[in-house]
Every structure is written in structure tokens, then in C-alpha cells.
Design a protein around this ligand. Structure first.
Ligand code: LLP
Length: 463
């Protein structure tokens, strides 16, 4: 993801500052379809539209900052994953990326399943109409209440993450007179090439049970003995925002190795294998994500090759993409408030949101793109840093980007590819009101998660 260093000729930049940026694009008005949702276009008047609705109209109607999600694009991406994996596999959308009842309904209609990782996500999933048997329940420290809620509602599977949890889930299932379908999450010892905080398959971290030292095999041994559990498979999730398929290849190889050991030791062929999510998306024009059909082909080929070699029946595969479905479908719309050129450095553009609606830049050094969307401009490119309005200098939305030099307060700018892990990780820092999520489709815009109000804040503050 690193970019070439110094661009040609931005304003205020005789000596260019350090930064991760490429040369400014030839035309700042052009929107790269790689990073923008499918129906986003720039109209003849220069203003950008999504789902046929102009951003100026959207800003007037819903205010800023706000997330706008392209419903047609979301459905198309969900369908593309579903179709790519076909009837012999399951696609579980990872709700942590972004979950609301409207999204649950779209997923259900498009034939996807759902992965949840908390009681709150489970409640949203059920309330949105997802059948319980199409829900997978995750987490490294599920509470007894969450486990009970999951089993009572009839979730299709619980993914077990520790030795204590194997016993805990078995015990609760038994006391409810149920036999719960479960998978065991293992760590396969792969170093995924992504940010440390979103890499999850190396052994030195909190998720899963290591294959190393026979720990996962021991977990399987225990789970097979407990009558509250029906062990249906092994789960592996190697991390997030991954472009290189080789990590999945190693993971599949090692998980199939465990399936073979289980067959040899217990005479049982587990019927399922879940390879998790983690497929990368384009945040900037430099990123080149793979299409769902390429990913499906690669993963199914790896698993069947490994199973053939181990003389195992190929298990049913499931995957859990979150970001790759919802990430590219939304953008955040901001109004420019102040513009501060720092001679020889860069221009700071302050918007009416910030780290409370997008923590990813501060937390993971994430890169984003940005564009002026309320009008077109032929002004020269200026090197900017888009910052929020919070009391913290790390409150950066887009670290390095180019916007036209005639940018002015009151202009609307948009940051694309904010559909995943932005609203779901939003906070009330500085008592910011979390922005709404508005679905736009076929000329109509509809709030699916409303903007928080000061009444919402005060309601929690019991005085
Ligand atoms: N399955 C499991 C078990 C997971 O833990 C995750 C993500 C996913 C699927 C979905 O991964 P995706 O396809 O969305 O990459 N907040 C971070 C990402 C944390 C991901 C946590 N687990 C970010 O903003 O990049």
C-alpha cells in the first residue's frame, strides 16, 4: 500500500512534506470507480449523485456529516459473493462491519447468512428477520447471557474460542435440553500482511485455539465428548484487509491437516470448514482487490486439492466477508468548515465530523481518498490533510490527499469506502452525535439509522 513519494506541483509546497501520497490525479473531478459505490456519478452540473440523488439535496435533507449507502451496490456485491460460492457453500456477512435491520433484510433477500459477535448484534439480526439457523455466533469471551440467548434463539452455530467456552456452551446447552451445533476457531500460525491490530491468525493474540502444540486437537477431543455439543467443523479467520491469497492457502492447508488428524483419531469426518473473512477493498486507487468469483475459485480449489491429497470428503465451505461487501458501498459526506494553509507543509481542511465517525485513520493508519462533490473545479490540486473537529491532533480523516485549490468553506467533500467499520466503530467522543446512515436507491433516500440527538445523549446521563 505504500505510495511513491513526491507529487508534482501542489500549491504551498516548494519543499514537499513527508507523506504517503502519489502524484495528484490528472483530473480531480474524475471519480475512480474502484473506490466509489457503483451508482456514484458526477452530473453535468458538476455535483455528485448516488442512486440518482444529488449530494446537495442529500445534505439539505439529512445534514452532514452523514453516511450514504448505495443499496443497489450493496445488494449487487452480496449477490456476487452468493453466486460466486454457489449452492455448496455459505456466505456469512460479518455484521461487525455494519449492521442495521435494513441491511439484515437485504442480506436475507439476497440469500446470505449472518455472522454476529455480540448479544446486541444477535438482537439486531433477529429483529431484522434473519432466521436464527442462518446466524453464526462469534466472540472470544461470550457471556453466559449471550450464550443462553444464542442457544435459546436457535442460532445455526456457535464458534467456540477457548477451552473454558467449550465447557460453558456445552453446559448451558445441556441445561436447556439442547444439542448446539458448534465450530472450533483455531489459529493456524499465519502472519497476514495487514495492520497488527487486524491480523488474527498468528499465535500471539487473543482469538482462537492454536493448532501448534496439539491444543486445537485437544479442544476437538473435549468437544466430541460433550453431549451438549455437535461439532460441525473448524473455523479460521486470518485477519482483515488482505490482498494476498497465500495466507488463505496456508490456513486451508493446516485446517484440512487437522480434519485429517480428527478422522484418523476419532473416525469422524467433520462436514464444514469456515475460512473467515478479511478480503481487502480499494480505499485508494493504488489498491487492487480481487473479485468474489476469483476468491471463490481460489478458496474452493485450495480446499478440494488439500482434501483430495488427504483422502477426505471435501467439506462444505463457508466464508465471512464483511468489509468486502459493505465497505465500498458507502461514503461519508462532510461540509468543509475551515481551511488552514501551512506554508511549506500542507493545507488543513477541517470538516464537521472526524475521528468520532471514522476512527480507522487514527487507529490503523488507514488510507482514504477524498473528493469535492458539491461542484466540479478546474483549480490546481492542493495537498491537503482532512481533519475533524475533535480536541485531538490525531483526529485525522484523510492523511494525505489532493483537493482543488479553490476549495472553500461550505463546500461538500466526500470520503468513499467508509461502509465498513466506520459507523460500527463510531463514538460519542466530545459528545459528538453519531451520524445517520441513509440508504439511497433509484432516486429515493431513506434513513436506516437515524442521527443521534442531544436528547439521546442526555437520556443516558441520569444525573
Ligand atoms: N469473521 C471473523 C471471525 C472476524 O473476526 C471478522 C473481522 C470477519 C469475519 C470480517 O472481516 P472483514 O471481511 O470485514 O475484514 N475494525 C477493523 C477490522 C476488524 C475486523 C474484526 N474481525 C478495521 O476497521 O479494519
Amino acid at each position: 500500500m505504500s505510495r511513491s513519494a513526491h507529487p508534482a506541483g501542489p500549491r504551498h509546497a516548494d519543499v514537499l512534506p513527508e507523506g504517503h501520497y502519489s502524484a495528484p490525479p490528472a483530473d480531480l473531478n474524475v471519480l475512480d470507480p474502484k473506490v466509489w459505490a457503483q451508482t456514484v456519478t458526477r452530473g453535468e452540473d458538476g455535483a455528485v449523485r448516488v442512486g440518482g440523488v444529488d449530494v446537495k439535496t442529500l445534505a439539505e435533507q439529512f445534514g452532514t456529516p452523514a453516511y450514504f449507502i448505495d443499496e443497489a451496490d450493496f445488494r449487487a456485491r452480496a449477490r456476487a459473493w452468493r453466486t460466486a460460492f454457489g449452492a455448496d457453500a455459505d456466505v456469512f456477512y460479518a455484521g461487525k462491519a455494519f449492521l442495521s435491520r435494513a441491511v439484515v433484510r437485504w442480506l436475507h433477500e439476497e440469500g446470505l447468512n449472518l455472522d454476529v459477535c455480540s448479544g446486541g448484534e444477535l438482537t439486531t439480526a433477529l429483529s431484522g428477520g434473519m432466521p436464527a439457523d442462518r446466524i453464526a455466533f462469534h466472540g472470544n469471551n461470550k457471556s453466559a447471557e449471550e450464550i443462553t440467548q444464542a442457544i435459546e434463539s436457535g442460532v445455526g452455530r456457535i464458534v467456540l474460542d477457548s477451552f473454558q467456552e467449550i465447557v460453558r456452551v456445552a453446559h448451558i446447552a445441556h441445561s436447556l435440553g439442547r444439542r448446539q451445533r458448534v465450530q472450533i476457531r483455531v489459529t493456524v500460525g499465519v502472519e497476514a500482511h495487514t495492520h497488527e491490530f487486524i491480523a488474527t491468525a498468528h499465535e500471539d493474540q487473543k482469538f482462537g485455539i492454536p493448532l501448534a502444540g496439539g491444543q486445537a486437537a485437544e479442544a476437538v477431543r473435549r468437544a466430541l465428548q460433550l453431549d451438549g455439543l455437535e461439532l460441525i467443523g473448524i473455523h479460521s479467520h486470518i485477519g482483515s484487509q488482505i490482498f494476498d491469497m497465500s495466507g488463505f492457502e496456508v490456513a486451508a492447508h493446516r485446517v484440512v491437516g487437522l480434519l485429517k488428524d480428527i478422522r484418523d483419531e476419532h473416525g469422524v469426518e467433520l462436514p464444514e470448514i469456515d475460512l473467515g473473512g478479511g478480503l481487502g477493498i480499494a480505499y485508494t486507487s493504488d489498491d487492487d482487490p480481487r473479485e468474489p468469483h476469483e476468491i471463490a475459485k481460489a478458496l474452493t480449489e485450495i480446499v478440494s486439492r488439500e482434501c483430495d491429497a488427504a483422502r477426505l470428503r471435501t467439506p462444505r465451505i463457508s466464508v465471512e466477508p464483511g468489509r468486502a461487501i459493505v465497505g465500498p458501498t458507502a461514503f461519508t459526506l462532510y461540509e468543509v468548515g475551515t481551511i488552514k494553509p501551512l506554508e511549506g507543509l500542507r493545507t488543513y481542511v477541517s470538516v464537521d465530523g472526524g475521528m468520532s465517525d471514522n476512527i480507522r485513520t487514527a487507529l490503523y493508519d488507514a488510507e482514504y481518498s477524498v473528493a469535492l462533490v458539491s461542484r466540479a473545479s478546474d483549480a490546481e490540486p492542493m495537498l491537503v490533510r482532512v481533519v475533524g473537529k475533535h480536541c485531538e491532533s490525531g483526529d485525522i480523516v484523510v492523511r494525505d490527499a489532493f483537493l482543488p485549490a479553490d476549495l472553500a468553506p461550505g463546500d461538500l467533500i466526500a470520503v468513499p469506502a467508509t461502509g465498513a467499520y466506520c459507523r460500527s466503530m463510531a463514538s460519542n467522543y466530545n459528545h459528538a452525535l453519531r451520524p445517520p446512515v441513509v440508504a439511497v436507491n433509484d432516486g429515493e433516500a431513506r434513513v436506516i439509522v437515524r442521527r443521534e440527538t442531544e436528547d439521546d445523549l442526555l437520556r443516558l446521563d441520569v444525573g
